[in-house]
Design a binder for this molecule. Sequence first.
Ligand code: KDG
Length: 317
Amino acid sequence: MSSGDPATAFDILAMGEPLAEFAAEEPGELGEVRSFQMGWGGDTSNLLIAAARLGARCGYISRVGQDGFGESFLSLWSKEGIDTSAVTVDPEGFTGIYFVTMDSQGEREFTYYRRESAASRLRPEDVEAGYLGRGRIFHVSGITQAISASARRATDHALALADRAGMIVSYDANIRPALRPVPDLLEVFERSLPFVDVLFLSEQDAQLLYPDLDVDAILSTTLTRGPEVVALTQGDKGCLVATEEGPVHDVPAHAIEPVDTTGAGDAWAGAFLVEWSNGASPEEAARFANVVGALASCGLGAVPALPRRRDVERYLS
Ligand code: KDG
């Protein structure tokens, strides 16, 4: 994607909350684990890093605290080549934190410390039409809308601006019942769909939002509400990709033994966007994204294992 569209400065702009990440290095409850790996998370930040490592020109709209974690994110983004001119360092907020723990069955759990964080202070004034207008794709998620009322208003404003500017609008449902009750998340999700061109849903998101529908019904219901493409990821089963005109493509996953799937869905979506917006068909983009998602699961933490294009090529050869 480094060839990019010369008419725009950025291939992908995203808005959301970065979270300092503490990934347990051993199974156990939060109070029992003694060793954590510090790293970086936050779904929209993960997606941008994944896309930047595949060659996309990216920029982030966010807020971090005036603290060590905020500094660490700013230096990470700059190392990854992500523009931070729309990231505010907010002395009145702190950079959010989350812990990732794993029970003996391998079930992951996220514990958040993010209420009143700097990013939850995102507001419509943080979204400048001039900045958005420099991008080709705008990406946001249900998490950005769930962290606070002002972040939701900022997202609604950005979705409307991006849509009006003719950008490709990408949206990951990322349903997190720990942040808000599911009926509220469903209401915001459905209200956002008319602005969305590419929708990403995990199987778990789909079940939480529409427990009474099967996947075919979920794909057709969401497609009729606005998106041009709906991608439903199904972990080790692969993914389904649907468009209004074509058949539903069922693209198998790559058999790997995952170490940590945190961030794999974000990497998948970033890779899909990079390939699809560069002319690949939805099915080809999903095939590529399945490799990226698999490789992203091969290390502890959301960011360390995100592959570069040469890693994907090496894997495929
Ligand atoms: O997709 C992984 C993200 O969920 C993780 O990095 C943390 O952004 C996060 C969140 O809010 O759950």
